[in-house]
Design a protein. Sequence first.
Lengths: 227, 476
Amino acid sequence: MKVIDIKNLEKVYNESHVDVHAVRGVDLIIEEGEFTAIVGPSGSGKTTLLNMIGGLDKPTRGEVWINGTNVGELKSSKLIDFRLNNIGFVFQAYNLIPVLTAKENVEFIMHLQGKPKAERDKRTKELLESVGLGDRMNSRPSKLSGGQQQRVAVARALASRPRFILADEPTANLDTQSTENLLDIMEKLNQEENMTFIFSTHDARVVKKARRVITLEDGKILSDERK
Amino acid sequence: MIWSVSWKNVWRNKIRSLVVIIAFIFGIFGGVYTVAVFVGMMDQRIDVAIGNEASHIQLHNPGYLDNNELKYTINDSPELISVIENLPEVKAVCSRIKILGMASTSGNASGVMINGIDPEKEKNVTGIANSIAVGGGSFFNGSDQKSIVIGEKLAKTLKLVYYQITPEDLVRMSANKKYKSVIDQIGALVDIRHRTEKDFDLALQNQLGEEQAERYGYFIKLESIKYKLRKKIVLSFQALDGHLAYDAFRVVGIYKTTNTAFDVLNVYVNSNEISHIADLAEDQSNEIAVLLSSMKYDKTTAESIKKLVPSLSVQTWDEILPEAGLYSQSMNFYLMIFMIIILLALGFGIVNTMLMAVLERVKELGMLMAVGMNKKRVFFMIMLETVFLGLVGAAIGMLITYLLVWQTGKTGIDLRALYGEGFETIGFSAHIFPKLTPGSFYQITFLVILTGILASIYPARKALKLNPSEALRIDM
């Protein structure tokens, strides 16, 4: 089943009156349950592509369809709600809310969705246990290692029960052990819960785990390999 | 949960939040305390204005108000007084003969307003009887013929005072801690008589040095002023038929209020004595003063009296002393400007602080918007942070201000040493008792919090304009 359908996507930035073509005519379909890595050198358009899939950037041309909705046509307020209910985000720098505990960071997303307290508590506990942080629920981000913070970020991304998770260089700031742990957890979630993951990465370890690898160069898809 | 996040965000940068809270505290303290000082001053002024000078209501022959001429009288005063006395809310009524004249001694002369009164009735209406200075005799003792009570300021003008520190004065001052540092120097002045205030000022300056003399002079003069009671004053004025009438009166009492302009002008004599000299009938007067049980009944009672005696002019205290109302209005105006300055300074301080709070969290705010926190909630969260800061600051500020007003309201702020004479010249006491009206207290607190909220709109809007994808790219 198609989760994401990208048609002839283009993004042109105008920097200092010079047009920069970050993404040039990308066509792409992501099926449910895929574990996809988007790779490519710096400036190849990985993050821009991810931002457009996530509705954080507007395409210059082309369309991004998610579950039958053309994301580019959504108004700002609708788009925020759409992201809240359909897309989970994991960022390179974790971006947890520093004043909240691990539990509160995960719960916050469900609060934004208006979920009742009992449901929030139950799911938060389950998610943090599934990422191996059941005993660190009440720790603030500053008391957690980078790897632990990124696992909280994954739990947070899953909290809203999204259609798929976009992860922008999720392992870039992690050591080998933390990267292994994180990838194992994400792979488990992918296999057991059929959660769709799309990464942008430079990391060979991530590429190794991915079952589909899309290589970008100069904003175009250079190759699209399935393992 | 957004409330909880906002509250936690407030304490993210403790020092910065404390600075804003302190700004709120100063804003509230500055505003409310200043208002309390001015309200206290105005209330004291109005109390004195009503208590000693104007009473709540005055009745005159309309012609009298134009030129203060003796011939414009109220006839049948005793009858009218008994009618007014029976009105509800009327506490006391008295009549006065009022004649502009000249008071002379061998030392000097001064224009005065001669108040011919019935001392017993006057005591019930005005507080002059209670304002007799220490050592200043009494407010008529009943037995003396042709006696006069004058203000201290007039006594100074007519050279009826001198300054002398007696051994008893020195003992009294020694017991007062206030004079501890200068009591030895003061001792050197014991039993030396100074004929004028100027002479005494010079002696104090020589003895204490300029700085100490300025600091203690006002109080030492209060302790050592002596009055030449039983001296004669000649009052001269134009009698009803136009001839120049004059007679000598003996000073039996010297009063002192906080309004030297009043003290220098008004002298009191028995109405039966002055009416005889002025050729007035016994039931004639120029003024009837009415004291009410409360100021709030002034307008309604004045209306009732107007209906009873439509031919007379009936004025309330604020019409009689428009300068008191003017002071009140101009003080309100200055207070408003003062408050605007405080609120603007506070507002810009908050804009600056909250802008910093937003700009240093650009990435986090970008993340929140990316993951699905809508603009309304982001706006609400930032506003709530300011409201929390404001509420904490307001609560502490209100408490501190309340305690300080309560404390200084009991002890007073004594500025008499520095500004006593200046304040009294314009009718104000320099011993100020700050007073808080609940209305101004809540009003200013509300304004301060409102300023906080308004000032946070710009930073909150700035947060809304963030583009999540750009915000997330920023390295922080």
